[in-house]
Design a protein around this ligand. Structure first.
Ligand code: MLC
Ligand code: AMP
Length: 506
């Protein structure tokens, strides 16, 4: 039996071939059988480009129906899908492509020249352009469609074969490619189907980007394996969401989506009352947001918890108490434990490091066996999050063991920004911290020590050149020295306290 996730999706598409599975902003809709046909044509293009099972296909494009087709086509041919945030700079892309060595890279026209310049570094790399129904990939797809050229049957894959690589930054330097298998994706889709009662009669309001776990594997996969319709929005925008809500039954988002909706007086029970489920994740949902949402809509947002390496691990229940400030019990098939500094499993209520185990846990980091080994204790994966487990089995995320900022649901590792800053002339050292931000949850502050007075505008410009825009600090400070503890470690907690009101009125 093949474990290719696309086989499962195709079975669901064929179960109701005429269902309008993807509805688009311009009013067009793609039926289920038609979606499979388009995937077969795109898969033909990939195979013609020489993509074989196990080959990586990297993708940095705007969200569109063709983005969905391309993702599914990569699965169908047994390739490994490597999605990249459109905000990543050329410098960031160079790192990902030279590390992952894709056979094919698909990007916007504006990124083509840079991608082509990497062909000398990445053996056999082919570059295609895909815009909004434009570009060489789209043209090849249309040619395949017009000449009726489709890929053969879905390529058989084992549960342990790679389906995707998602890069996730680290506290100790460069981003690492998390290797995610067909078995991981399938297990996630099954447990979420069960936990959230997901079915073909659901319509998902899809406003998330398609380059992270949340939008791709939680949202899109869950809908498609169930043959449920997806209302595909190009991005989160309250106007678009309000227009799409009447046709949806389920919405997923990061907490910023819900705080922004709450700022809009049009968002009330009249537009939300029919919804079966609002789900939040990727960052902590504040109790105030959860309560304000409940007051406005009469519905409690269902908060869940996960990460790139594991997909989803915990979720508040569909039926039963959705506890504000907690992420709920482990999902079906997932084991969790909270451990102390001596690796002892802690009793209920005590704060410790959260570890998870199950078929959803990834295979390891691409080409980094030692880093992989360091993040596991046997089968237990060390999440890097600090948590408590209540007597009745609910997990609460109470902090992070890793130095990480989460802004608008995007992970930012201070080390990556500090490395850029520390390389600049005149900078002696730097500390980057996240402090409360009313819109993004956390906002970034850079604190520097310099040989003389530093030119912050110039430093900001360097960050903009090297790092995606969401990683660029929004406040810049210079100190004579950074606060340190007796071990010489920078006391970021003191810096966070010092600058905690920075964005209070943002
Ligand atoms: C954009 N900007 C951000 C930002 N997003 N700044 C901080 N944090 C963010 N998240 C900046 C841009 O750099 C730009 O600034 C300015 O905001 C406008 O950009 P934009 O793209 O027009 O912004 P907007 O559309 O408002 O986007 C904000 C957002 C978006 C919250 C809607 O970031 C978003 O959709 N986030 C979801 C991310 C996500 O999918 N996370 C899941 C990860 S998976 P400038 O100055 O550069 O021009 C995961 C696992 C799990 O965590 O459990 O799910
Ligand atoms: P990523 O590595 O981008 O997949 O992000 C995963 C991290 O996001 C987790 O390790 C947590 O720190 C955080 N996260 C995800 N969901 C939640 C949640 N519901 N509450 C708190 N933190 C969360």
């Amino acid at each position: 039996m093949s474990h290719n996730l696309y086989q499962r999706i195709q079975d669901a598409l064929f179960a109701a071939p005429e269902r309008e599975i993807l509805t688009l902003l311009d009013g067009r809709a793609i039926q289920a059988a038609e979606l499979d046909q388009r995937v077969a044509h795109a898969a033909f293009v990939l195979q013609a480009a020489g993509v074989k099972p196990g080959d990586r296909v990297s993708v940095q494009i705007e969200k569109s129906w063709m983005n969905v087709v391309l993702y599914l086509a990569v699965l169908r041919v047994g390739g490994v899908y490597l999605p990249l945030n459109t905000a990543y700079t050329d410098a960031e892309i160079e790192y990902f492509l030279t590390d992952a060595e894709p056979k094919v890279h698909v990007c916007a026209e504006s990124r083509r020249l840079h991608a082509e310049s990497l062909q000398s570094e990445v053996d056999g790399l082919q570059v295609f352009v895909l815009g909004d129904e434009t570009g060489s990939f789209y043209q090849a797809f249309l040619d395949a469609q017009q000449t009726h050229q489709s890929a053969d049957a879905v390529v058989a894959r084992d549960a342990d074969d790679l389906a995707s690589i998602l890069y996730t930054s680290g506290t100790t330097g460069k981003p690492k490619g998390a290797m995610i298998t067909h078995g991981n994706l399938s297990s996630n889709a099954s447990m979420l189907t069960e936990a959230w009662g997901y079915s073909a009669s659901d319509t998902l309001l899809h406003a998330l980007p398609l380059f992270h776990v949340h939008g791709l594997f939680v949202a899109l996969n869950l809908a498609l394996v169930n043959g449920g319709a997806v209302s595909l929005l190009p991005k989160f925008d309250p106007d678009l969401v309000l227009d799409a809500l009447p046709h949806a039954t389920v919405m997923m988002g990061v907490p910023t989506y819900y705080t922004r909706l709450l700022q809009d007086p049009r968002f009330d029970r009249s537009v939300s009352g029919h919804m079966r489920l609002f789900i939040s994740g990727s960052a902590p949902l504040l109790v105030e947001t959860s309560d304000a949402f409940f007051e406005r809509t009469g519905q409690r947002i269902l908060e869940r918890y996960g990460m790139t390496e594991t997909g989803m691990s915990c979720s508040n229940p569909l039926d039963g108490e959705r506890r504000a400030g907690a992420v709920g019990p482990p999902l079906p098939g997932v084991s969790v434990r909270v451990v102390g500094e001596n690796d002892d499993v802690l009793p209920a209520g005590e704060i410790g490091s959260l570890e998870v185990k199950g078929a959803h846990v990834f295979k390891g980091y691409w080409k980094l066996p030692e880093k992989t080994a360091a993040e596991f204790k046997g089968d237990w994966f060390i999440t890097g999050d600090m948590a408590t487990l209540s007597k009745d089995g609910y997990v609460s995320i109470v902090g992070r063991g890793k130095d990480l900022i989460i802004s608008g649901g995007l992970n930012i590792y201070p080390k990556e920004i500090e490395d850029v800053l520390n390389d600049q002339p005149g900078v002696i050292e730097s500390a980057v911290v996240g402090v409360p931000h009313p819109d993004f949850g956390e906002g970034i502050v850079a604190i520097l020590v310099g040989e003389t007075a530093l030119d912050m505008a110039a430093l900001e410009a360097v960050c903009r050149e090297k790092l995606a825009g969401f990683k660029v600090p929004r406040r810049w400070e210079q100190l004579d020295v950074l606060p340190r503890n007796t071990m010489g470690k920078v006391q970021k907690n003191l810096l966070r306290l010092e600058y905690e009101d920075t964005f209070a009125t943002a």
